[in-house]
Ligand binder design. Sequence first.
Ligand code: IPM
Ligand code: MG
Length: 373
Amino acid sequence: MKYTIAVIPGDGIGPEVTNQAKKALNAVADVYNHVFIFKEAQMGSCAIDETGDPLPAATIKICKDADAILFGAIGDTKYDNNPSAQVRPEQGLLRLRKELGLYCNVRPVKAYEQLIDNSPLKREVITGTDIAIYRELTGGIYFGIKELSEDKQTAFDGCTYTVKEISRITHLAFKAAQNRKKKVTLVDKANVLETSRLWRKTVSEIAKEYKDVTIEYMFVDNAAMQMILNPKQFDVILTENLLGDIISDVASVMGGSIGILASSSIGDENALFEPIHGSFSQAAGKDIANPIASILSAALLLEHLGLHEEADAIERAVEKSLVLGITTEDIKGKTSFFATTSKVGDFIADYIMHQDDSNMNFKNIHTGQSTII
Ligand code: IPM
Ligand code: MG
């Protein structure tokens, strides 16, 4: 089959990790006889530098016309340290989410056996953790009215949610739970926020339609603590935009490194796949960033296109790289060996193409003399 994939490399390490995901997709195309046409588009700091706009119109068109979107990362330290900047890279991503209606952000967090010792949390606490975070992505305080008073002494960020916005992601979260451990935890701040109370009311109504799924409610402060104390208690976490942003970074600790966590952002017409990690500008161009989150985002993209076997092939190759320790420095574990971004990408692409271990020369891998890396 032929698919058009919009590729937005973005800023910082975005381009280098996205390149590794493209390698994996090209390997899949080769093995499974598909054609992936990559259409590159700009967004973020690089787009501001070139066009003055973090989300040029051409990018929106390329994304709308594509079967799926693969995105790298956004942001640059020159903006992080300048709160007065009027135009910011992040506005590009937020507008893209809104324009394409990508309201459902799914962030799977699993404790990979090979990475458990990489996490600062105890082995017995995180072993077996398998959480899917469903974060609402186009509403809430991110998209509310923002104001700064004329004397610049008062700022305002409004937070709005409608029953419609809450309902559509809630149904997706419950449907996901039906195919998992059949539990949804709504994370909110209903003891303080009106919007959170609307979430509770709406979700508790919808829960009645899914009798096989248990619903649980948890305040976000407690949820952040529970995730560290006992992450295994969670199955699907459903939450609003800002709380989901925070909770998903907390959850990344369970995965051993934020560098391996992928996400999908789904709407009725479009879908975008991206690593959870940011642009990490300090590492840009150094070939040290972990490409796994981007490569696993490509696997989620294939799942979305209905290419399950192909997605599995990528996941198996990633697992193999972890088992063999062909990983970047952030997850190198106890060995002194680590590979560059592009070598990890080469290995994973190569493994997808030659899945039979016996065809591969793993000897000398850790001395860098293998034929593979
Ligand atoms: C994320 C990021 C974004 C967000 C930023 C870059 C705007 O942190 O995808 O989690 O806050 O949604
Ligand atoms: Mg975030």
